[in-house]
Design a protein around this ligand. Structure first.
Ligand SMILES: [Zn+2]
Length: 132
């Protein structure tokens, strides 16, 4: 059992897939600003990450059925979080930047900045809860 991220979104202008996780997030492909904001996505991702970590000791689920854009992006985020914990040199934002630069995006390279921004948000929340 795991927490899935049931969320799908496509830009109304260019049909690019991305997650408007904050009010100021624009389409990473065409720059359009849409009204939809996925308010709960960061807290949902944090809950899912915490659940995985508690149950299995790592963020990345062993079996993860991808049923939505949210699931797809969640997997990228969890893998990045695990890769980050396996090293101790860089701070997170620097690490994530390099990590996603190296990732394979195929024809969805535009997603990189969106996934990177969302990953940093999730990390911030995870990190702030750790130190309390
Ligand atoms: Zn667009």
């Amino acid at each position: 059992m795991s927490f899935h991220i049931m969320y799908d979104h496509q830009c109304k202008n260019c049909e690019a897939y991305y997650i408007p996780y904050d009010e100021d997030v624009v389409c990473p492909n065409c720059g359009a600003h849409e009204e939809e904001v996925a308010d709960n996505i960061v807290s949902t991702l944090v809950s899912s990450a915490n659940y995985q970590k508690k149950m299995f000791g790592i963020y990345t689920p062993i079996a993860w059925w991808i049923g939505s854009l949210g699931d797809h992006i969640a997997l990228l985020i969890f893998q990045c979080l695990d890769a980050y914990e396996a090293q101790a040199e860089k701070n997170f934002t620097e690490f994530a930047q390099i990590y996603f630069d190296k990732a394979k995006w195929g024809n969805q390279l535009y997603m990189k900045s969106n996934v990177y921004g969302l990953t940093c948000k999730v990390f911030e929340v995870l990190d702030s809860k750790k130190s309390v």
